[in-house]
Design a protein around this ligand. Structure first.
Ligand code: SF4
Length: 283
């Protein structure tokens, strides 16, 4: 692996251009993954510069990515994790729907501590209604906002029985009519349960979209629509998993792990400096 000892920052346009021919024939995905694994992908600046960089990103004052760079980034995500999955424990579309409703403003890990017992007791809308709101509340009491969530779980189960033959509907419109289900939850269910190429923008994905310059937006919907427009079809099914996991474990809010990031040389965030030559992305 050829390393560059002189610093090459995100602003070093000429260096970026000059590097292309030399690297063009090498496997950039494998190289980027290797660099990330050794913790040598990029250098992270100090807290003040990071804060300034996040401010700049929030103002969408970061250069946009080319289509070739977007393709390159998702090729690397795919090479690093070919089959990403939701981390929420579930056994069916119904249990997935309930798990996602319970996960609002809570962590997947926290939800996963409560749901095995809940789903052992009730894994269908009928069983959930039979279990009763009080018992559901008791089983999910470790999850934030559990009172309201328990109420929604029972109400959506009743609606599924009454209007959808106890099945989880496959359209966004029908899903969003269920109690406790908004656009993000509908997107997660459509993607994970039915294989629809949707992008569910949670707090992690919202941050990654803005911070990297990949899809800047003031609202989750704006980020979602920009990502849907920019991401090539071949990556759309898994794109939201890759980006959420990237935000959860690498592009962390307080201090992103740029030195271990597989897209460090493509990312536009001014809070990091590339240590290595840019990737061989050719437009
Ligand atoms: S995408 Fe990677 S390089 Fe960019 S800020 Fe996040 S962790 Fe750092």
């Amino acid at each position: 692996m050829a390393r560059q000892t002189t610093k090459s920052t995100a602003k070093s346009g000429p260096a970026r251009k000059a590097a292309k021919p030399a690297l063009a024939k090498k496997s950039s995905a494998k190289k980027a993954i290797r660099r990330a694994k050794t913790g040598k992908a990029a250098k992270v600046k100090g807290p003040r510069k990071r804060a300034a960089a996040d401010k700049k990103a929030a103002q969408a004052a970061i250069a946009r990515w080319s289509q070739a760079e977007i393709h390159e980034a998702f090729s690397r995500f795919r090479a690093a994790m070919p089959e990403p999955r939701t981390e929420l424990f579930h056994t069916s579309p119904f249990t997935l729907l309930v798990a996602v409703v319970l996960s609002a403003q809570a962590t997947d890990a926290g939800v996963n501590k409560a749901t095995p017992a809940l789903f052992a007791a009730a894994d269908t809308p009928e069983k959930m209604v039979q279990l009763s709101e009080a018992r559901v509340r008791e089983l999910v009491r470790t999850i934030g906002l559990y009172r309201n969530k328990a109420k929604n779980v029972i109400a959506l189960s009743e609606k599924l029985i009454a209007e959808h033959g106890s099945k989880v509907p496959r359209t966004r419109e029908a899903l969003e009519e269920l109690p406790g289900v908004g656009r993000k939850t509908a997107n997660v269910v459509l993607n994970n349960a039915f294989g629809e190429p949707t992008i569910a923008v949670d707090t992690h994905l919202f941050r990654v979209g803005n911070r990297t310059g990949l899809a800047p937006g003031k609202t989750p919907l704006e980020v979602e629509l920009k990502l849907l427009d920019a991401i090539p079809d071949e990556f759309k099914l898994h794109a939201h998993h890759w980006l959420i996991l990237h935000g959860r474990y690498t592009c962390i809010a307080r201090r992103p792990l740029c030195e271990r990031c597989v897209i460090a040389d493509l990312c536009r965030w001014p809070g990091k400096a590339d240590l290595l030559l840019p990737s061989p992305v050719v437009n």
